[in-house]
Design a protein around this ligand. Sequence first.
Ligand SMILES: [Zn+2]
Length: 230
Amino acid sequence: MTMLHNTTKRFPRVAPILLVAFGAVACSDETGSITDPGELGNITLDVRVHLLESDQFAALDATLTDSDVAVLFEGVNEIWSQAGITWRVESVVREPSLDGTSFIAALNGVIPVTGSVLASILPSDNLLAGRWNVFVIRDFGNFAGGVYLDFRGAVIFAENGPIGPQDPTSDGRRILAHELGHSLSLFHVPCTSAGNLMAPGCPAQDRTRLEPGQITPARAQAQRGRPFGI
Ligand SMILES: [Zn+2]
């Protein structure tokens, strides 16, 4: 089973994520009302946030503060409350990115964007092993708002993407919540009137909702206690 569907040889692992990016361009930045989780028992998932630093590449030098991270996850948790899932920031780590030469070359179109190139900047010295790790960079350019690398179980979230700033109080929360949805085994879905969290490319929609058919598998993955793919 793989969530990396409809891929090309050139972009074996990032094609779905590209869709996210382009979807984000067209979508509303509002977060919406959340359905009552009802009788769902809450599941809490630890996540470590890695704020990457780089002297060489500004795009890899995150600027978020601990307070920004807290605000960001407050919004993410508002969205995920409809599934009875809470993300708990276990810690915030500041650490240098690995060599960003290939990563930046890929964003600039010099070399193909592949999962391995995207992962090449991610340090592994301070991972929350077997759990969720979110790496923050400053700017993904026109590439994407964020990515989920299933072979690493890691999210890369960018402070700026195709839509511009992905503010922790607005677009950022929705984009990160979407990527975490992938980490809970969710695929993309088509645009619907409900404004689904996992639907990229939907114009003027508030995309924060999850359907029961998504909540069930997401909770099942959450109960396993580890990100999808690892
Ligand atoms: Zn996506």
